[in-house]
Each structure stands twice: as C-alpha cells, then as structure tokens.
Design a protein around this ligand. Structure first.
Ligand code: ZN
Length: 348
C-alpha cells in the first residue's frame, strides 16, 4: 500500500521505506516455489516498461538503429555492434573516486520514477536495462548497496540462470572488469544465444576436455584467440564448488585475496548448467587510453570478450579490423601459461 501523504507525519513517511520499495514491484518471484516462469514474467515487464518508461522506449528505439559488422578473426568470428547509446557505459569512469562521488544508479531509491522490477527471492530485483545491447536486456541488481563480488552469490547466479531459462542467459562482470557499477552487486541477462561464445562453447570441434572433477566437466576452447574455461554440470552444488576452486586457483597464482579480473556467463538447458569463464589480465586495452586517432573506444566486458564487441563510436565501428580485435583479446586475457596453471590448481 502506498503511504497517503495527506494524513501521515514526516516521521511516519520516513518509516515507510518498505511500502515505497514494494511500489517498485512489478511482480514477486519465489525461486523456492515458482508459480510463473521468470523468463515469461521478464518479457511482460519489458513490454510494460516500454509503455510506461519513456527512457526505456527511447533506448529500444535507438537499439533498432544499431549497425552490425562481422569480422573473421584467426579461428573465430566476432560481431561489431555500433551502438551510440552505450557511450555512457563504455566511457564510464570506474575509478574509486568517480564512483564514490556519483549517486548509485542501481540503488532502489535512485531508480527513475517509472522503473519497476521483479523481486527475485528476497535480495534481487530484475530490472530493464535502459541502454540495451540486446532486444531483451535485463539487469538483476541486489536490493542493497553492496559491492560487486560474485563469491557470496554463486548459488543465486546459478539459480537465476536456471530460472531465467529458456529465454535468457546470465552474465557477470567483475568489479574491476567491466561492471559500470562496481559498488553495487548486479548481474545482467541477454536473450539465450545472443553472445557468440554461447554457441562456440558447444562446438565439439573446438572444445577440448581438460579435466573432470566429480560430475563437473571442464573444457577449453581451441583456436579462440583468448583464454576461456567452460564448465558443465547437472548439479548446482558441485558446479559451485568447482567455480569457487577456479577463482581460488587464480587468486593463488596472482597472490591476492581480492576477486580476480573475470567475466562469467551462465546458461541452463534441462538439466545441465554451462558456465563460461574468461580469466582476464586487464580490463581496458592500452588503445583505450591513447589520444586522438589512435584511441579505440572498446572496453571489453562479458559481451565483448564473448564475441559481440560494442563500439559506441562510428569511427571505431568502421575502422576496427580483425587484427585489432585479435590483439585486444590477447592483451586483456591471461597468458596461456597462467591459464594452464589455473586449470592445474582447480580441485574438488
Ligand atoms: Zn547502489
């Protein structure tokens, strides 16, 4: 129920935060006893929000005008997407000071007035992304302002991937590796199969089985120009354990207790999860920081390193070639040797 400002005191209004949050709910989804499909509910949310939220309608109108270009790289294909609406994200300042000084755009109290979401469990809100890359693009953010880190939410990540299937896949950008809100925990979702690596990771001529740990199979992808680990398993718990061990293995190699630089994608097909993990050496390539004509505004996160490279500037869209993409992918991925040691260090 919305508070009625006419007959409540200021103090009472301040104490009505919960009802105000509830006014944001388009629907409530309980993963423990689902009554609707989350995938279906999310599509309904999108339709409703396109009607009631002009900024979102504008974002999708702008998406309809994006241009695509296919590049044949050495052993794999990528697509460039010229999407001027993404300049905010690609050009985002993600240093600590800039983050501290801006109002957080994922905090419930800062969401634009017409924005609504689907409450998922008790902690996450499924929202529409107002600067879409995909024909359906969701942001799933924590209801609390807590830092971006997947460790505490691996179970949620895999549950969401299952519950958003069959329509959507899920992805995560590490706090130092593409998240434009590194201070606020969130995932994103894309239409299943819209990121090239989703299909490439199932290509049996490309995948090489590296290890089996219990029920979890670990593959690498060959002729792919970047380091990627693919994990498959029918047990959420077993997969979680191996994912945790993978992250710990990278941490040992680089000698840190912080979350390493990574991008992770997850999808679910009855009854198996597939997780695709890109361990990274750096977030933005050197070319991003150059001046004038040498500057290339490509800031690779999960979608880009997955093979759909976003270029918010038309100049880059026209001029970037296969060789540049190969160099950027090689530059931002961890080295082959470290990748081998990472796999070596993954245990049950
Ligand atoms: Zn926040």
């Amino acid at each position: 129920m919305k508070p009625n400002a006419a007959n409540v005191s200021n103090e009472e209004i301040q104490n009505t935060q919960v009802p105000l949050t509830q006014a944001r709910f388009f629907a409530v989804f309980d993963p423990k006893s689902p009554t609707d499909s989350l995938s279906g509910l999310s599509l309904q949310l999108l339709e409703e929000q396109k009607q009631s939220w002009p900024q979102l309608a504008q974002g999708y109108a702008s998406l309809a005008t994006v241009k695509l270009r296919e590049l044949q790289c050495d052993g794999y294909r990528v697509f460039l997407q010229f999407n001027p609406g993404r300049i905010v994200s690609t050009g985002a300042k993600v240093d600590e000071r800039s983050i501290r000084e801006r109002p957080c755009f994922l905090c419930v109290e800062n969401l634009p007035q017409p924005q609504k979401g689907i409450l998922y469990g008790e902690e996450f809100l499924v929202l529409c992304n107002p600067a879409p890359i995909f024909r359906e693009h969701l942001t799933i953010s924590n209801v609390n302002h807590i830092p971006q880190a997947i460790g505490p939410f691996l179970d949620t990540f895999l549950s969401l991937a299952r519950d958003l299937s069959p329509g959507f896949s899920l992805f995560y950008n590490g706090a130092r590796c593409g998240a434009s809100a590194p201070d606020h925990m969130h995932f994103q979702a894309n239409p299943s199969g819209a990121i090239p690596v989703e299909k490439d990771s199932g290509d049996t001529t490309r995948r090489e089985l590296r290890k089996r740990i219990g029920d979890v199979s670990l593959f690498s992808l060959e002729r792919y120009g970047r380091r990627v680990l693919v994990l498959e398993c029918a047990s959420k718990e077993a997969l979680q354990t191996v994912l945790r061990s993978t992250i710990a293995s990278i941490q040992r190699l680089i000698g840190t207790s912080e979350e390493p630089l990574l991008n992770i994608l997850a999808s679910y097909e009855p009854h198996i999860w597939r997780v695709i993990l890109f361990p990274r050496d750096k977030h933005r390539p050197d070319a991003y920081f150059k001046e004038g004509k040498e500057r290339i505004l490509i800031s690779p996160a999960a979608v880009d390193i997955g093979g759909l490279v976003i270029t918010p500037l038309e100049r880059d869209f026209e001029s970037v070639d296969a060789g540049m993409i190969e160099r950027i992918f090689a530059e931002v991925s961890i080295e082959q040797q470290m990748f081998e040691e990472m796999i070596e260090g993954i245990r049950a």
